[in-house]
Design a binder for this molecule. Structure first.
Ligand code: GUN
Length: 291
């Protein structure tokens, strides 16, 4: 069993980007600038956005964090996004999800200019991804593809089971794994809460991507020997022994699953850091495309 080390691969990816930024500086070109919008005070979202801003600083990008009250009106948020769209210094815009209930995710996503949509959530970018065209690929599935590529895992012909059909992870992941290329060329089953025989489907899978958000859902008896298991889940569960008061749990029961795997991602230190690294790659691309 080999651990897929997201911290290591994300560091390598960020090191590459740091060199590319230094090159831009040498050439007197514009350096990437990411605008991150955080609405409200959701603890997990705060952590994720802080990690994104920190990664920008490490690489040498500019970043602007826009913090907004959770009772901000939808119109006000949309007008802030429109201002960011028009600002030539901003290359990438991300609005951290989830948003408060009175704000439509759809309207927010549709307002971000596709050329600055480094999350790859705008329908134009999703459509381009589905067609295999050059685009911004959503950061979590993109990060997983980068990690598989880094470890030179040949996924050709594999049976892949993706658990979860969210627009952020499951659905784009299923599309990417099914596309030609390596990683890719998998036969993909996308599963969800209505799927019958999920344990059986998982037992037949060469690669499982667990992205349903239920801690330790995937158990050892659901995984075949030699499978590759990618754990996207990261749920905060109360834990009095931790200073923070919570522990982070993946969607995979590591203790029973890991011994059966050829490769597995840990939580934390697996997919999470790769998501950030992939977002940084998208931000670099936006800067180069837009300038
Ligand atoms: N919430 C959970 N994952 C993501 C992500 O990749 N991007 C944004 N904007 N919000 C998220």
């Amino acid at each position: 069993m080999q651990i897929l080390d997201g911290l290591l691969v994300s560091k390598a990816t960020k090191d590459e980007l740091r060199l590319k930024v230094a090159q831009l500086v040498t050439e007197g070109k514009k350096i990437p600038h990411l605008a991150a919008v955080l609405v409200g005070t959701n603890g997990a979202s705060e952590t994720y956005v802080a990690a994104k801003v920190k990664a920008c600083q490490e690489i040498g990008y500019k970043s602007t964090l826009i913090r907004l009250e959770d009772d901000i009106s939808e119109n006000k948020l949309l007008s802030i996004i429109e201002d960011l769209n028009l600002d030539p210094d901003i290359d990438g815009i991300l609005v951290q999800l989830p948003l408060p209930k009175h704000i439509s995710d759809e309207k927010v996503i549709n307002t971000i200019l596709p050329s600055k949509d480094v999350d790859g959530f705008h329908p134009v970018n999703v459509g381009r991804m589905v067609q295999g065209l050059d685009t911004f690929i959503p950061a979590t599935p993109y990060g997983i593809m980068l990690m598989l590529e880094h470890y030179r895992i040949n996924t050709k012909g594999m049976q892949a089971v993706v658990i979860g059909r969210s627009n952020i992870v499951g659905r784009p992941m299923s599309i990417l794994l099914s596309q030609s290329g390596n990683p890719g060329n998998c036969t993909v089953t996308i599963t969800h809460s209505h799927t019958k025989n999920l344990p059986e489907l998982c037992r037949n899978a060469d690669i499982i991507v667990a992205a349903l958000g239920i801690p330790e859902f995937v158990k050892g008896d659901m995984v075949k020997d030699g499978a590759i298991v990618i754990d996207v889940g990261i749920t905060r569960v109360p834990d009095a022994t931790k200073k923070s008061g919570f522990a982070l749990k993946g969607d995979v029961e590591f203790a029973t699953v890991a011994p059966k795997c050829s490769f597995i991602t840990p939580v934390p230190g697996g997919v999470g850091p790769m998501t950030i690294a992939a977002l940084m790659k998208n931000t670099f691309k936006a800067c180069v495309n837009n300038n």
